[in-house]
Unconditional design. Structure first.
Length: 225
């Protein structure tokens, strides 16, 4: 098992699936799964999606194990008030609940997920991004990164979640804490979140540099760039 970052208590299980990453990159290049149809967000199921009732697991082949005693969330970059929160400090923030749908670029959608966590708004108020910080980069324990604009992050339905359907989020789904950006394809919702960086310049993440769309709006079928 490999170590992530500096903390030997946080371990990675598995190894990066190079072939799977290559295949998905190939699909992006070929524009696979595209229907060429746009829809209004009033239509609940975005174009080219099908409903599932289970919750598929997607990762790079590595699932970090983050004990709560060693949990830390850093909020930094172009902010007035950097923060580095332990699990207890994170839980002491005001929390909220929400129900939202998941839309994965691999064409599955899952309705009515009940989440509990801390809203993006709470975190933004805590750190106070600089006036010219317009981007947010998520950094995860498995080395995964993904980027959204600050105006996409600072929405009432965007959360850092630690519960799903009333139970702690399991490790394979990014527990103890993951990002939730329900109105973008699910690859923007980083699992095993370690650090949230506020930035002046955009920086495409793991899938974005491999041909996935920078914006990722499911209703405009922004699967690939
Ligand atoms: N840290 C991390 N976050 C990640 C990923 C990953 O490989 N590592 N995969 C992304 C992708 S492509 C998807 S579709 C969702 C899958 O989340 P799930 O396994 O809980 O369904 O997580 C996203 N967040
Ligand atoms: Mo995905």
């Amino acid at each position: 098992m490999a170590e992530t970052g500096k903390d030997p208590e946080i371990t990675l299980q598995g190894r990066i699936k190079e072939k799977l990453v290559k295949r998905k990159q190939e699909w992006a290049r070929e524009g696979r799964l595209l229907t060429g149809i746009s829809a209004q967000p009033a239509q609940r199921l975005p174009p080219g999606q099908r409903l599932v009732s289970d919750w598929p697991v997607l990762d790079l082949g590595v699932q970090p194990d983050v004990p709560l005693t060693h949990f830390r969330l850093d909020l930094d970059g172009a902010v007035e008030n950097k923060a580095s929160l332990s699990w207890e400090e994170f839980l002491a923030l005001p929390h909220a609940e929400s129900v939202s749908d998941i839309h994965c670029v691999t064409q599955w959608s899952r309705y009515d997920n009940h989440w509990k966590g801390v809203t993006a708004d709470t975190l933004v108020s805590l750190v106070r991004p600089a006036a010219d910080a317009q981007h947010v980069i998520f950094h995860a324990h498995d080395g995964y990164t993904t980027n959204v604009r600050l105006d996409q992050f600072d929405q009432p339905d965007v959360f850092l979640v630690y519960q799903w359907q009333g139970k702690p989020i399991r490790r394979q789904h990014g527990g103890p804490l993951r990002v939730l950006v329900p109105r973008l394809y699910f690859w923007k919702s980083a699992k095993w979140i370690r650090r949230i960086e506020f930035a002046r310049a955009d920086r495409p993440g793991f899938w974005e540099v491999r041909g996935y769309h920078n914006n990722a709006d499911p209703w405009r079928e922004e699967r690939y760039s």
